[in-house]
Every structure is written in C-alpha cells, then in structure tokens.
Design a protein around this ligand. Structure first.
Ligand code: ADP
Length: 516
C-alpha cells in the first residue's frame, strides 16, 4: 500500500467554485481539505497511487471534479472522459464498472458514492500498472467502504453549504448601513456589525461578550436610563419592539438612535437571540429640531405684525371714540406696512421652500451689475438716515449673463442685512471687482459683525446668530440661505469675512460666461 505522505506530496485541489459558487473562503478550504483527506485514504486503502473525486451536480447533470490526488493535469484530463461515461450508468442506477482506457494503462476502479440511494459522487482510484487489476473481492470490500465515504462526503458538503449560507447572511448584515447586533437572553452581545462599530466607537472584539446596556447606555430626552426601565429583552415576550433615545459613543458624542428589537422563540419555546436594528436618526432629529425652530420663529415673526394690525384695527373700529383724519390715516398706513411685512415673510418662506425643493429657473440676460447695484443702493438709502451707501465699481466692468431679478434679490438681501445689523449707522460699501473669468461683489458694513463660529452656518436655512445684539432684529434666517441658493444656481460662491464689533464683508462671485 502507498504511504499517505507520498500521496499528499502530489495532491492537487480543484476549486470548489466549480461546484459551490461564492462559498466562504475558510469553509471552502475546509471542504477541500476534507475531500482531499477522503480521497487520499480511499486511494490508500485500495493500494492505489492516484485518484480523483467528482461530485454530482444535479442542476447541470454532470460530474465536477472536487479534488484530484497523485495526478498531474494531464492525468486529470485523461480521466475526464470516464466521468462522462459514468453518467448514463448513474441514470439507470447501475454501479459504475471498473475501467481502463487506451491512454491509461494502469488499472482503474470507480467507486460510486451514494447516500439513501441517491448518487452524490464518484471516486476513481488508479493503481500502478504492476500492482494488477482490482479483484471482485476488492470491489466488494470497497463498496462497503464507499458508503462510509459517501456519508462523510455528504456531511462535509452539507457543512460547506451551511457555511456558505451563513457567510452570505453575515456578509449582508456586516455591510448593512444600519447597525445590527444580536443579543442573548442575558443581554450579552453576540454579534456586532461594522455600522455598530461606527455608531458606538466600540470595536467588534470589545463589544462581543459585553452587556449591551454597557455598550449602548440608551437614554431618553430627560436622561432616564432606558436600558434599565424599558429593555424589551428583559420582558421575555416575543414580538417587535421599538425604543428611541440617544446613546453616547466612545468619543463622548451623543447619537440619536431608533432601536428595533425582533424577539422570537424556537419551536421548543425557548427565546432565540434578539436581533436589534439600530438606526442613526440624528439628522432626522436635527431636521425636526429645525422645523420646530422655524415654526417658533415664523410664528413669532407673524405674531408681531398680526398684533399691530389687530390693535390698530380694533382701535379704529371703536364706536365710543372719534378719530381725526390724520390719526385714521396714520393707523391705516401702519396696518398697510404691517400687512406688507406679513406678506414678505410668507413669500420668503414659500420661496425658500421652493429653492430647497430645487425648483428654480433662471432667466439669464446680459446684466449690468454696476447699474443694478446703484438701483439697490438708491432704494436702501431711502430706508435709512444713519447710513451712507457707496457704490464702487471699476469703469470697465464686464456685463455678465445672469438673471437680473435674482441677482437684484441677492444685492437687496445683503444690503438690507448691512443696514439691519449696523444699528449705529456707518458706511455701507457695495464694491465690484473682476478677476479672471469671474466677477465679485462685496457688501461691507461697519456693524455688529458675525462671530467666527457662525460664519458658515448663517447661510443655512433658518439660522440666526444667537447673540443678544441680533435678537431684537427682525428676520427669520432665510435671507442668506436664499442668497446662497441664487448665487450657486448661477455657478458662483458666497462667503462672509467679519470681525465682531467692527463689521462684515459679504462677497459673492459670478462667472462672466458668454457675452451677448
Ligand atoms: P435674517 O436676517 O432674517 O435673520 P439672514 O439669513 O439674512 O436672516 O441672516 C442670518 C443671520 O446672519 C442673521 O440673523 C444675523 O445673525 C447674521 N447676519 C446676516 N447679515 C449680517 C450682517 N451684515 N452683519 C451681522 N450679522 C449678519
């Protein structure tokens, strides 16, 4: 009989991919090792020196080599026709006979591998020429051995199949954008995917085996420990449960999360590990927070003109008082002004909502920017007595292709802010410059300025600087958002440079584009 070491030296594994696509790499290696072990011991017992094991692929109705042993690729090629010849025999359930071919002078025996009457594969064993043909007693002994081999092979195959399924499921869970973890009934973490690592800052190796309440520390808005008082796992009931709250990640960052628990039991009634889906809802909460802030801000802004209108209207409507023509005119004028303010607020709000939805169309025309700036400056000058408005453009300023109405809005918003946020008055300069393929306009004031930490955020929708100085000013934080949207729609940029207490410089650029 041949020595095992001798076989192992020339053993050649053929990829399982042919038979079981996309198996887990480690499991495929394991399955290959088992196939090889089965093949080598079969060859050994039969006194052979080479062999090949082929697995029956029911879908394709063919044998696919699982592993070969002691054969070079030429030897495998020579045995291939035998695998084809074996197929009709399988169909009729007849045992494959021992065979030789012209090319292979060495005696060959085929060992059909069956489990519960079902063919699962074949092993061919080749003997050295001098060792003689396989006898009928050899064949009998081998048919008994084949049953054992078939069972081991079937087990290895099933294990590989299971591993493949497990690998698929684990890959899906691992790559899920939501955090997913499994928790046992004692609340130990059993699995922890990559998104959980990102959410919590805990490494998989640290989290697995830890108590979930130590990793998550879920709390509600009031700081109550939800893991202690509301954990669905401790209730021991089956079903789907939801808990919303916030967790504190390892870096101290608070993350708002929505946790969905799926608790099920096995057929014998024991609770299975709970699968928990953890979704980061911080952005959702932020949007919600902003929506509420907007509602509060808009309500507040609407409330002021409404109160004034109501007060003046009910004063004028009093029957027990006589009003002079002048008083009536003044009060009606105030009512008209407040109605205009109301209308502007509502229009700006609707406009910004339209911009956010992306439904903006530009009517691009050749625009004389210095002229537009002078128009805006004139209008601004009429609204204030404590500010001096200057317009400063170089003489050869290029006309640009832009929507005059929209750029007029940008200039007006920036100009009105300059007036509004320099309550002590001062000079406001609207300055134009050209540089390469773009033009820029800066609106500079000598007002209260914008703190550094707010300079980017003031362009967000509804953002207003929370400072005692700005609080008394009217506005809902939409003007700069509208400016940014309009400038960017033209392919330009907008930013602010400012020093609190000294003033602000808001600059926007526009591409020169094609000239008309
Ligand atoms: P609103 O003026 O309605 O509050 P904006 O979007 O125009 O909304 O401005 C957002 C915030 O940016 C203002 O509330 C203010 O805090 C700050 N801001 C805008 N322009 C100026 C400026 N010229 N000087 C100082 N702060 C400004």
């Amino acid at each position: 009989m041949s020595k095992k070491g001798k076989h192992a030296k020339s053993g050649e594994a053929i990829s399982l991919e042919e038979v079981e696509p996309s198996a887990a790499p480690a499991e495929e290696a394991d399955f290959q090792a088992k196939l090889m072990a089965i093949l080598s011991s079969t060859v050994d017992i039969l006194g052979g020196n080479a062999g090949i094991v082929a697995l029956w692929n029911e879908k394709e109705k063919r044998f696919a080599e699982g592993a070969s042993y002691g054969l070079n690729s030429g030897g495998v090629e020579r045995l291939r026709p035998l695998l084809k010849e074996a197929i009709p025999n399988l169909a009729t359930g007849i045992c494959v006979p021992a065979a030789t071919t012209d090319q292979v002078q060495d005696p060959i025996i085929a060992l059909p591998l069956q489990v519960a009457g079902e063919m699962i594969g074949l092993i061919y064993v080749v003997r050295p020429h001098l060792a003689g043909f396989f006898s009928s007693s050899d064949q009998h002994m081998l048919s008994v051995f084949a049953d054992q081999v078939a069972i081991s092979l079937q087990n290895a195959r099933m294990a590989s199949q299971l591993a493949k399924e497990r690998y698929k499921i684990e890959s899906i869970l691992e790559s899920s954008a939501d955090g997913i973890m499994a928790i046992d009934t004692e609340r130990h973490i059993l699995s922890f995917n990559a998104s959980m690592e990102k959410l919590t800052g805990w490494k998989k190796e640290e989290a697995i085996g830890s108590y979930c309440f130590k990793v998550l520390k879920l709390r509600d808005n009031e700081g109550a420990k939800l893991c202690q008082i509301k954990c669905p796992i401790t209730r021991g009931a089956e079903g789907f449960f939801n808990l919303d709250g916030s967790i504190v990640a390892k870096d101290g960052q608070k993350v708002d999360v929505s946790m969905n628990y799926s608790i099920a039991s096995s057929s014998n009634g024991a609770l299975l590990p709970t699968v928990v889906n953890v979704r980061d809802i911080s952005r959702l909460r932020q949007t919600e927070g902003r929506r509420l802030a907007l509602l509060a801000s808009v309500s507040h802004e609407l409330q002021t003109p409404i109160s004034i209108i109501k007060a003046y209207a009910s004063t004028l409507a009093r029957t027990d008082a006589e009003w002079s023509q002048q008083t009536i005119r003044d009060k009606l004028q105030a009512i008209e002004e407040e109605s205009d303010r109301l209308s502007e607020l509502v229009t700006k709000n609707l406009y910004s909502a339209r911009l956010e939805a992306g439904s903006l169309t530009l009517n691009r025309l050749a625009l004389d920017l210095p002229k537009e700036a002078r128009k805006v400056a004139k209008r601004l000058g009429e609204q204030t007595e404590i500010h001096r408005i200057e317009v400063n453009f170089p003489p050869e300023f290029p006309s640009i292709l832009a929507d005059p109405g929209k750029i007029g809005e940008v200039l007006t918003n920036l100009g009105e802010n300059a007036v509004k946020f320099s309550p002590q008055g001062g000079t406001i300069i609207i300055k134009g410059e050209t540089s390469g393929n773009e033009v820029s306009v800066t609106v500079a004031d000598e007002g209260i300025g914008v703190p550094l930490q707010d300079q980017e955020r003031i362009f967000e929708r509804f953002y207003r600087v929370e400072a005692s100085l700005t609080r008394p000013t009217q506005g809902i934080g939409l003007g700069l958002y509208i400016c940014k949207s309009l400038v960017e729609a033209h392919g330009g940029r907008i930013w602010v440079e400012s020093e609190p207490g000294k003033g602000s410089r808001f600059t926007f650029t526009l591409p020169v584009g094609e000239q008309r």
